[in-house]
Design a protein around this ligand. Structure first.
Ligand code: HEM
Length: 503
């Protein structure tokens, strides 16, 4: 039987009052080099299978295209200066919509909110994640997500929405607070920590029994996200075998919990219970295999992203005296109003902290680039009035990081400035629906956004109220060798316990 474990993401996912934990630490990130290699491999595979067929009847001209030997220059910039520099060069030369053509495979970049509507809102039948996401099927489950048709997937997303809606989130606050308080109670009066490690551990919240789950989950992700597994998810490689074994054991453990609940008629108030109780439109209940897949998928989506974001938020706060002062001032106001009894409403009122997290995400979106496959031609109009037709067969790319740093949307984009989201400025809103996309937006927007903000606020409001913190190491750099914009090296922080005075 699984017993009490502390957990932020997982507390309410698996058990409720007796909190629980599953880890989703994607420790093995893939090198940017691998992305390039993957791109090349996919392209070569496509080229050998035959060129993409394009509809000859176009109403508008195609976007400016980089092809032939010019592609070598683009690849050179990509490999020597990085993706952002490559996009910047082409954006400056060709404008907000351009295609890079390689061995007959066309990758079209859409820069800025003005040309991004269809990318984020297009129907799945017209524009989809394509085969690039197939590797998640053996890693997560063939019964959920990209293992099932779009209609079933939409229904399963409805289960998530239901489990994570604000009225449900309210009951997560108590256990989250308890876990955070218990965790930081171990810090003592003063000391020095690596914030990155601490927040990672806190979000894992390991307990004796759950160590096995954590290990298995890491095994699953580390093997399932290897380049070979991403490109050839069903090949009989050692990595795929290890991935499958880990998944099978995880599945056994989760099924045991589900069965125990059912056999003891034990109804918990948590996400797992919501998924067990969910019903499809035709009245069918979720199967055990589906529940397992839905939980693994949720952990995959939520754990690592939240760890990275909470660490970047902390690094920026501690490096910016003005922002830190505003965040502390807000905590004082909250204490004056709520005392020690913080509830869901109190966290909803932490607008300054919210903007600090949001700004950290703008500068370090965990998913810095999205891509889709076009199944039906569509037209885009740039802000300069140019219209282009993008044809079926193209891969289209929305570079989130680049888009979130466009100077015509975000004033002084290189500066950490949470106030840009505040009253009177609201640069993201002014920029339009597609100006801020770290959680994506539209058809495939993150379902766990509110959950993510809530848990990061619970952590940081506790730290701000109870500790005087100082960044001792240099401001962290981005580790570009990982796909998720992680921090490079440790983030050393000294702390001294204190009680935040409200006067
Ligand atoms: C700062 C933290 C997070 C960030 C930046 C983030 C970002 C994203 C992004 C960009 C997507 C869309 C991916 C795509 O287009 O394919 C997504 C999807 C999703 N996220 Fe998050 N996420 C975060 C935390 C969470 C958490 C904590 C949960 C769950 C508790 C969660 C659950 C999901 C789910 C279920 C989807 C799939 C939606 C779909 O397929 O339509 N996320 N997330």
């Amino acid at each position: 039987m699984w017993h009490t474990a502390n957990g932020i993401i997982n507390a309410k996912l698996l058990h409720s009052s007796s909190t629980n934990c599953v880890s989703m630490c994607v420790t093995s990130g893939i090198l940017w080099f691998s992305i390039v290699l993957s791109f090349i491999t996919v392209v070569i595979t496509k080229a050998t299978r035959g060129r993409t067929r394009f509809n000859p009847k176009c109403n508008r001209p195609p976007p400016p295209e980089v092809k032939g030997v010019s592609v070598i220059r683009v690849l050179h910039t990509l490999l020597t200066k990085g993706l952002q520099a490559m996009i910047h060069d082409q954006y400056t030369t060709l404008g907000s919509v351009f295609t890079i053509s390689f061995f007959g495979h066309k990758v079209t970049f859409l820069i800025g909110p003005e040309v991004s509507a269809h990318f984020y809102q297009g129907l799945d039948s017209e524009i989809s994640h394509g085969s690039g996401i197939e590797f998640t099927v053996p890693m997560i489950a063939k019964e959920v997500g990209y293992g099932v048709d779009a209609a079933t997937r939409n229904e399963q997303n409805r289960f998530y929405y239901d489990a994570l809606k604000p009225s449900k989130l309210r009951s997560h606050v108590g256990p989250m607070l308890q876990e955070v308080e218990e965790y930081f109670a171990k810090w003592g009066q003063q000391g020095m920590v690596d914030l990155k490690q601490e927040l990672d551990q806190l979000l894992m919240l390991i307990s004796e029994m759950l160590d096995e789950f954590i290990t298995l989950f890491n095994e699953l992700i580390n093997n399932g996200m290897r380049l070979t597994s991403v490109l050839f998810p069903y090949a009989p490689t050692p990595a795929n075998r290890r991935r499958d074994q880990a998944r099978a054991k995880l599945s056994e453990m989760l099924i045991e919990i589900v069965r125990l609940r059912k056999s003891y008629n034990c109804v918990e108030d948590d996400v797992l219970q919501n998924l067990i109780d969910s019903k499809y439109i035709d009245g069918r209940s979720t199967t055990e295999a589906e529940v397992v897949g839905l939980i693994i998928s949720l952990l995959f989506a939520g754990k690592h992203t939240s760890t990275i974001t909470s660490t970047w938020t902390g690094a920026h706060l501690l490096a910016n005296a003005k922002c830190l002062t505003s965040a502390l001032e807000e905590q004082k106001q909250i204490i004056r109003k709520y005392g020690d009894n913080l509830d869901y409403n109190a966290f909803q009122e932490m607008d300054t902290l919210h903007c600090c997290i949001k700004e950290a995400l703008r500068i370090h979106p965990p998913a810095p680039i999205f891509s889709r496959k076009v199944h039906k031609n569509f037209t885009v109009q740039t802000k300069d009035g140019n219209e282009y037709e993008i044809q079926r067969g193209h891969t289209i790319v929305s570079p989130v990081l680049f888009n979130c740093n466009l100077p015509h949307i975000y004033k002084g984009p290189d500066v950490y400035d949470p106030a840009r989201f505040g009253p009177g400025r609201e640069e993201d809103r002014v920029g339009g629906k597609f100006a801020y996309t770290p959680f994506s937006v539209g058809r495939h927007a993150c379902i766990g956004e509110s959950y993510a903000y809530l848990q990061i606020k619970v952590i940081w409001s506790h730290l701000l109220r109870n500790f005087e913190l100082k960044l001792e190491s240099r401001f962290p750099e981005t580790n570009w060798t990982k796909i998720t914009m992680e921090l490079k090296g440790g983030v050393m922080v000294s702390y001294k316990k204190r009680q935040l005075h409200t006067t």
